[in-house]
Design a protein around this ligand. Structure first.
Ligand SMILES: NC(=O)c1ccc[n+]([C@@H]2O[C@H](COP(=O)([O-])OP(=O)(O)OC[C@H]3O[C@@H](n4cnc5c(N)ncnc54)[C@H](OP(=O)(O)O)[C@@H]3O)[C@@H](O)[C@H]2O)c1
Length: 260
């Protein structure tokens, strides 16, 4: 690996990104396309996926496919994955990014909200990783799985009461390590990225409140909110040949949030 191309090119690979209809998922998809991978885009809002796939084809000259699906519905996942494999040839990079963060205290949270949060943030990444890994193992192909967790999978939130989110992200972080161990013999490397506060639809309400924004900035050593595109480098790295000896790790993209 003695050139930028051999270290970081994803040409010949196919990524599947969940939650690609907004925020960080859009940037994960752009990152893979910038590095040359073909990309399948998954979320429920099909119109947004179609618009992004057109952008990726046009701007980065890769194949891009919208595969609308609700990640909590197993049959949807199977159908969407099958379509991605049929039209793009394979899926050997999975980015489990879709997530929700309903606000509500531990005293009040309903079983329904708790279960829905775990279904999107934890069960769906597991089920999709299983489906992707099974195919790779049967075909004796290596692969990469990147789970988007959160700094709030490591510590409690200083700002919002989001018990289900916190629990789901902590579980996803440790599930990442388990999958890394289990699938290492097959050359499937599994890592997570833990973003701090980045500006997306998920955080926009908080960011509109000057007091909340100030607290987010105060708790971040770099002193500012992250831009969604600042996730791109981490995605490319973990998907690339450069990360061939990296598995079971968590990469923080958080402006230093976890450093103090
Ligand atoms: N922004 C931050 O500061 C931050 C920090 C740490 C971690 N994260 C994590 O980063 C990931 C992306 O968050 P974001 O900030 O980009 O939020 P966002 O803009 O709200 O995007 C969430 C994405 O998840 C998808 N999604 C939600 N439920 C789904 C379902 N049932 N089936 C399919 N897709 C579903 C949404 O698509 P549809 O609605 O179209 O289905 C959307 O594309 C999440 O896992 C989040 O926890 C974000």
């Amino acid at each position: 690996m003695d050139s930028m191309e051999s270290l970081f090119s994803l040409r010949g690979h196919v990524g599947l990104v969940t939650g690609a209809s907004s925020g960080l998922g859009v940037e994960c998809a752009r990152a893979l396309a910038i590095a040359g991978a073909d990309v399948a885009l998954m979320a429920r809002r099909a119109d947004r996926l179609e618009a992004l796939s057109a952008e990726l084809r046009e701007k980065y000259r890769v194949k891009a496919l919208a595969v609308a699906a609700d990640v909590t519905v197993d049959a949807d996942l199977e159908k969407a994955l099958e379509r991605a494999v049929a039209e793009l040839g394979k899926v050997d990079i999975l980015v489990n990014n879709a997530g929700i963060a309903p606000v509500g205290s531990a005293q009040k949270i309903s079983r329904e909200v708790w279960e829905q949060t775990l279904a999107v943030n934890l069960t769906a990444p597991m089920m999709l990783a299983q489906k992707v890994a099974r195919r790779l193992i049967v075909n004796k192909m290596p692969g990469r799985i990147i789970n988007i967790t959160s700094v709030l999978g490591q510590v409690a939130s200083s700002l919002y009461r989001i018990p289900a989110y916190i629990a789901s992200k902590a579980a996803l972080a440790n599930l990442t390590r388990e999958l890394a161990v289990e699938w290492a013999p097959y050359g499937i490397l599994v890592n997570s990225i833990a973003p701090g506060w980045l500006s997306t639809e998920m955080t926009e309400l908080g960011l509109e409140q000057p007091e909340q924004r100030q607290r987010m900035e105060l708790f971040t050593p770099l002193g500012r909110i992250g831009r969604p595109e600042e996730l791109r480098g981490a995605i490319i790295f973990l998907a690339s040949p450069a990360a061939s000896y990296v598995t079971g790790s968590m990469l923080a993209v958080d402006g230093g949030y976890q450093a103090w």
